[in-house]
Design a protein around this ligand. Structure first.
Ligand code: ADP
Ligand code: MG
Length: 256
């Protein structure tokens, strides 16, 4: 990595002094799913997920591939504790999310998981920095150090540092996507989850973007979990999972 703008020294600096970086469990699994079933409320007859067992070891990257409507976003929302399993357990870093109160689950997520949603979910009228500060606030990050940490991540993601003072609405889709990654990484999470992270990119930008994401995750020892319908992303990952192979429901396969 020597000579690259996101060299090791910088990334080590990023992962230091962060309140979110403490280890809360000794589990060697980033994710451990046991007997998971999930149906959306009021739709018990149409189970979306039925996964007997699935583990993701810490570190490394996992790509979850599946057609539209197969349950990828549902699965990621369960991992993030945004949705709760109908049956079975979801453990993240050894912590069963269902045993936490909603408030503690939110705090756990903010501290240990970075999440990049398909639509990025940046607050458009806030500046880029304020969007990042909000995430740092919820992660109990040292607010004073946020800007310098954010700028180090800007460099790693090859983002123009002058963008940090602009309203999010002034940024291109590609820039917003990178800012969403910076926001997800600001609390130095152990796990980074990204839902269709490349859907707004053309194939050249997509490959470069994925390479950056992999480099950053590897350098910081982050477990990267990416879901996409785009099978072309497979080449970037050590582990590729077809959702239909681990989900006995097979999903409704509806296309939006
Ligand atoms: N909020 C919701 N309420 C009810 N059903 C939903 C909801 N979100 C998704 N679904 C259904 O769950 C299934 C899986 O959807 P989703 O997880 O979004 O799949 P993917 O991300 O693979 O496209 C689909 O049949 C979809 O209609
Ligand atoms: Mg989806």
């Amino acid at each position: 990595m020597k000579g690259e703008p996101y060299g090791e020294g910088r990334l080590v600096e990023i992962s230091q002094g962060c309140a979110g970086a403490e280890t809360i469990a000794t589990s060697s699994d980033a994710v451990k799913i046991s007997g998971l079933r999930f149906s959306y409320p009021g739709k018990a007859a149409a189970a979306v997920l039925d996964m007997p067992d699935w583990r993701i070891p810490r570190g490394g990257g996992v790509f979850v591939n599946g057609a539209s409507g197969s349950g990828k976003s549902t699965l990621l929302n369960l991992l993030a504790g945004i949705l709760t399993a109908t049956a079975g357990t979801v453990e993240i870093l050894g912590q069963d999310l269902a045993t936490l109160s909603a408030r503690r689950r939110d705090a756990f997520r903010a501290k240990h998981m970075g999440i990049v949603f398909q639509q990025f979910n940046l607050i458009q009228y806030l500046s880029v920095l304020d969007n990042i500060r909000l995430a740092a606030y919820f992660g109990v990050q040292n607010i004073g150090a946020v800007e310098s940490r954010a700028l180090a991540l800007f460099a790693a993601l090859e983002l123009d540092r002058t963008l940090i003072r602009k309203p999010a609405s002034d940024l291109s889709v590609g820039q917003q996507q990178r800012v969403a990654i910076v926001r997800a990484l600001i609390n130095a999470p152990e796990i980074l989850i990204a839902d269709e992270p490349t859907s707004a990119l053309d194939s050249d930008t997509r490959d470069a973007f994925m390479a950056l994401l992999m480099t950053i995750s590897r350098a910081q020892g982050i477990t990267l979990i990416v879901a996409s319908h785009d099978i072309a992303l497979s080449q970037c990952f050590q582990q590729v999972i077809s959702l239909s192979a681990i989900n006995r429901c097979g999903g409704a396969q509806r296309v939006y």
